[in-house]
Design a protein around this ligand. Structure first.
Ligand SMILES: Nc1ncnc2c1ncn2[C@@H]1O[C@H](COP(=O)(O)OP(=O)(O)OP(=O)(O)O)[C@@H](O)[C@H]1O
Length: 738
């Protein structure tokens, strides 16, 4: 049986803004009661009637666990004054509250609502302020009504606040007429949520708003599959199965969206590509800016050759012909692309290029698309490399709008450098490329380095491949595997896989092993043994550094199941190790986890051994891996330690940004390197099991690759050249500009 208590909210002791979890002290007949519960909207000074039960917290003692509450109008002058002076109404402090109540007594709230102008009769309140008091008073009430209204549509408290803040009272009309606007205007509302609301409101399947929103949603989804556009027929088919409406209706709304300039159709092109306009202009810009940068720069060839010989002597290195050409082209062109597989001398070439420009007294900047790749570039060149996001100085983050960010460095404030070298270009998608190129002014030498055979970027586009295939720019392909690299079977096998040649699985190698096992459970048991016992000493690393990479998310050998099994084996429940279950995943202190989306707002700090913060910053990126250091069940937070001892606090409601990372997909592993990689390869979708995927997986390992599973599947993957195709028009856009 729930108990009911009444009192004033004296103080909000703690509030988690993400999930509304609140600890407050309530004054009831001069007693102070600690109440806890998830309520976003309770403010200090309010008089509430709460129902719930008293519980005993092991650390904090007796608490009242609130299940629900009702806001009561304060009934007496004392209460009214207390409410007004609580800070609930900004600009009204204790003295002013006392004067208002003295003047209007028990009728104060009625006056505020019905005749707010009269508040100006009180000394210190202008007519303007009177209206402001009214507005705030009403807004609180309105916000509550809005939340109650949205609750009918299963909209969470947090989202309801966002919706109300965006639209105010217009919210009711928008929800009744076109809830699909929510999907456009509010981060956190997608087509599916809007569609659910629309159904409850009674909006029909064929509604124009619905069909339009559906078309935009399908294009957005295509983007998350890596496509920059969709051919018209494919778009229509996808819309039909999503919306269950007829082709004619879809065609009509495609036309309408074209007129509104929300989408662009390339009528003349083969498969009639349909772009969301944002992507279309990105692609056009990238093509144009690349062509603009691609100018000949005046540098005497003989002079460069001499300088280079000098550098080679100085650093005791002899570049091969391709590498030398790369340095010459880098010096004489605004734009150069260098591509090659592992061990073909890309890093050595980058270093020679840096030395050359440095000896010319030029400014050089280095960057890579991910934190890990930037760190590696720093290590191999000895110069600081930043992530592209940092280089471009990410800025002005609108609250809660993690996808809407802008860069300080752009066409109006370009990077001040003579040379810019970007590594791991295969991971750069069309929107990052667009942002990058905007910040590079003509005359700067831009050098793009990458391995075109790696999997394409996670985000939309096929940027590196398209640039190379356009045959419009200077490209140096490095193909020779240098002697030192040729000693490594990881590198030799990677090149074989890429060339479609079968690899030897006879275990005569020192760094490439194959264990034939054909049963899921046996494969898992073998992997656990490798991680716990065999590999750490072999590669001189901790079990944490040994990474399982798998092609899939689902299935017996998919990321989801493997993470459960590996967690149980490598970090089982233990006495006082704290845990938190969230959406069917258990996070436990000591777990290996990975951030799965870019979050530019998350703050990190580095602490000294005395616990003092010595450095702090923002931004945790997709693919960053760390360890759960601490779980605090009371304040509902979890602390993860990432590379370089960066500590990041996650509220429990942010846990969907983290995944267990004992196993990760090969796609997610791009740009990372691990001392040892274990690949469970048995069976799965044929389209996915291709050469490209195996190549990317193998090239993630520095010291040792172990494949556990089926040799026939490995053979199949090497033979399977089919890549999942991506719809991207960058190559054509570049060619059009010739
Ligand atoms: N011109 C050269 N002469 C002799 N050895 C070279 C030359 N260029 C590179 N190497 C050696 O070949 C190996 C691979 O070179 P490097 O690390 O530059 O290649 P990479 O393409 O960057 O490789 P990865 O992509 O695997 O990092 C290194 O041991 C390097 O010292």
């Amino acid at each position: 049986m729930a108990e009911v208590i009444e009192g004033y909210v004296d103080k909000i002791v703690f509030r988690n803004d993400d999930n509304g979890y609140t600890v407050l002290s309530l004054i009831k007949d001069e007693d102070e009661i600690t109440c806890v519960g998830s309520f976003t909207l309770i403010s200090e000074g309010e008089f509430i009637q709460a129902s719930g039960n008293y519980t005993e917290h092991p650390v904090y003692g007796e608490q009242f666990l609130m299940e629900s509450y009702e806001l009561k109008e304060p009934e007496d002058v004392y209460s009214i004054e207390r409410y007004l002076s609580s800070g609930a109404i900004k600009g009204v402090g204790a003295a002013l509250a006392a004067r208002i109540v003295k003047k209007f007594g028990e009728g104060t709230f009625r006056i505020i609502v019905e005749d707010p102008g009269r508040l100006a009769e009180v000394k210190g309140i202008s007519g303007r302020m009177a209206m402001e008091i009214y507005r705030q008073f009403e807004e609180k009430r309105d916000m509550r009504s809005a939340m109650m209204f949205l609750q009918k549509y299963n909209v969470s408290g947090n989202l309801a606040v966002k919706i109300f803040q965006e639209y105010g009272q217009r919210m009711y009309d928008i929800i009744k007429e076109n809830p699909y606007r929510l999907a456009e205007d509010i981060v956190g509302v997608g087509f599916k949520t809007a569609d659910e609301i629309a159904q409850k409101v009674g909006i029909g399947n064929d509604s124009d708003y619905r069909v339009k929103a559906g078309i935009l949603y399908v294009l957005l989804q295509a983007g998350s599959d890596g496509h920059v556009y969709l051919p018209e027929q494919e778009l229509i088919q996808k819309c039909k199965s999503l919306l269950l409406t007829d082709t004619e209706n879809i065609n009509r709304q495609i036309t309408s969206l074209t007129i509104e300039k929300k989408i662009i159709i390339r009528e003349g092109d083969n498969n009639k590509p349909v772009y969301s306009s944002v992507f279309y202009y990105m692609e056009l810009n990238v093509a144009r800016m690349l062509c603009d940068l691609n100018i000949r720069l005046d540098m005497d060839g003989e002079y460069i050759r001499n300088r280079l010989s000098f550098i080679e002597k100085q650093f005791l290195i002899e570049l091969d012909d391709h590498q030398r050409t790369a340095v010459m082209e880098a010096a004489g062109n605004g734009l150069l692309i260098i591509t090659g597989g592992p061990g073909t001398g890309k890093t050595t070439t980058i270093n020679a290029i840096i030395k050359f420009f440095e000896s010319e007294g030029m400014d050089i900047l280095l960057a890579a698309p991910t934190g890990r790749a930037a760190k590696r570039m720093t290590e191999t060149t000895g110069y600081e490399a930043k992530t592209i996001h940092r280089l471009l100085e990410l800025s002005r983050l609108a609250q809660d709008q993690e996808n809407k960010f802008s860069f300080e460095r752009n066409e109006n404030n370009p990077l001040e450098t003579d040379v810019l070298i970007i590594d791991e270009m295969s991971m750069v998608d069309i929107s990052l490329m667009n942002a990058l190129l905007k910040a590079v002014s003509v005359g700067t030498r831009l050098i793009l380095v990458g391995d075109v055979n790696q999997l394409p970027s996670v985000g939309p586009g096929n940027v590196l491949k398209d640039i190379i295939n356009s045959h419009n720019f200077n490209v140096v392909k490095l193909t020779k595997i240098f002697r030192q690299a040729a000693d490594s079977d990881i590198i030799v096998n990677a090149h074989k896989i890429n060339a479609g040649e079968q690899i030897s699985l006879d275990n005569k190698s020192k760094d490439f092993f194959f264990l034939k096992r054909e049963d899921y459970n046996v494969i898992t048991a073998v992997m656990i043994n490798l991680i716990k016992n065999k590999l750490p000493s072999y590669v001189n690393a901790t079990p944490y550094d040994i990474q399982v990479l798998t092609p899939m998310r689902k299935g017996e050998l998919g990321v989801e199941r493997l993470n459960q099994v590996l967690q149980q084996a490598l970090n089982p429940p233990y006495q006082d190790k704290k845990e938190k279950e969230y959406h069917q995943t258990i996070y436990r202190e000591g777990d290996k986890v990975m951030q799965v989306k870019n979050n530019y707002q998350l703050t990190w700090e580095i602490k000294s051994k005395y616990g003092i913060t010595t450095q702090s910053g923002t931004g945790v990126f997709n693919g960053d891996a760390g360890i759960v250091k601490e779980i605090n069940l009371f304040s509902e937070h979890l602390v993860v330690e990432f590379d370089d001892n960066r500590l990041v606090n996650y509220s429990f409601s942010q846990l969907d940004e983290l995944e267990l990372a004992y196993a990760v997909t090969i796609h997610k592993s791009q740009g990372s390197e691990y001392p040892a990689v274990i690949l469970p390869i048995l069976d799965g979708p044929r389209l996915l099991f291709n050469r490209n995927l195996l190549y990317t997986a193998v090239t993630r390992a520095k010291c040792c690759v172990t494949i556990v599973g089926s040799d026939s599947m490995i053979k199949f993957m090497i033979d399977n050249k089919s890549e999942q195709s991506r719809y991207s028009g960058l190559c054509e856009r570049i060619r059009e500009l010739r």
